[in-house]
Design a protein around this ligand. Sequence first.
Ligand code: IMP
Length: 433
Amino acid sequence: MPVLTVVGAQWGDEGKGKIVDLLAEQAGYVVRYQGGANAGHEVVVGGENYVLHLVPSGILHSGTLNIVGNGVVLDPDSFLGEVEGLRKRGIKVEGRLFVSPRAHLTLPLHKALDAAREGSASQKTIGSTKRGISPTYMDKAGRVGLRLADVQDPAYCMSQLKTSLQEKNVLFKHLYKVKPLTAKVLWKEIARASKALLPYMADTEGMLDAAWKSGKRVLMEGAQGTLLDVDFGTYPYVTASNSTAGGSATGTGLGPTRIGYVLGVCKAYTTRVGEGPFPSELDAKRNQALRELGGEYGRTTGRARRCGWLDMVALRYAAQVNGLDGLAITKLDVLDSFKEIEVCVAYRVDGKTIRHFPATSAELARAKPITVKVKGWQAPTGGARSLAQLPAKARAYLSFIERESGVKVALVSVGAERERTMVVDPRLRGWKF
Ligand code: IMP
């Protein structure tokens, strides 16, 4: 069943963009299944840097069709701006990019609410990207959202907007002390954008079903990562959607039995942006050193990422909740200069040693990492094109990850460029799963 789901195994920014781009070369379809313009997938092709927020990374391969699934929340301005940027750089988009009619729209009201909530003393700071993601999913679950297909029906849109604003304007006016919005003004903006958006609308769920039935290769691309998943992440310091593998069924319309392989992308160390517990985070000096070595600054917000050692407790948990079939280890080269590398293998919480990932952020915040030291290889790995070409100690590090996580290393990345990759699992080469 040639359907491959690629998920982030940590707190996002694992390098999924590059891995998806690489695997997309052989895919018929690349599908985004959740999140919105909060994501920033970076791909380097022929020395050129592309940062994609909503458009699937498959767009950079001329033979691939790209789908924005129903689980994604679509910011019309961000999407149309990105499409225009790609077009200007000579990438053909027409006939290659399709959006589900069921995808919810992120509207100015959602962005205004996100910014107001993050800036308010009455709300917990999550470190949101302020792209309106959580308010869009709130309206989706609250049944007052607008979906792409809805923009064809102005009367319905006006009634949904009015219902939504009835509550929101009370908050804007009285709690956040910002200007209230009107349904009329919002509708005007939607109507303007919809002319440009509607040509991308297609029966994507039907397209994917037909693709699966005819044996086409489908790659489902997650945004963010397992520990930011609204159910399995470090709640409430999470994003608002299911970034784990299950989301690739509910966010595309392709049933879970169709998924043949789940690949977890994991950095050779750990990073996190935004607030929330992070047991293996380094002290300020070493945090900064690793940040500079890895170029760890957010692609969407430019924020400095928090850095730490690889956390095997979290990775084992990611393997469990995603049902990982293989691991793609990225940025191994960033560790090239270290004499010694630490890895967190368990936590010490309230005087007890635990090996499972706690359910609450409060418990995780009290967790002290129990680390083991692994010898560094102190040699460049960027030129390696097979495991055999890696220094023995780098191979030992990968074997350690396999043993501790219980998941085989399927792919190793040693640099941003496509060619700096080793595909280890033969199933990924032939899509035989
Ligand atoms: P939101 O999804 O913008 O509401 O942000 C919620 C949390 O998820 C914050 O901690 C963000 O920093 C984090 N987050 C959202 N998108 C990404 C991403 O693409 N990479 C890493 N972290 C992200």
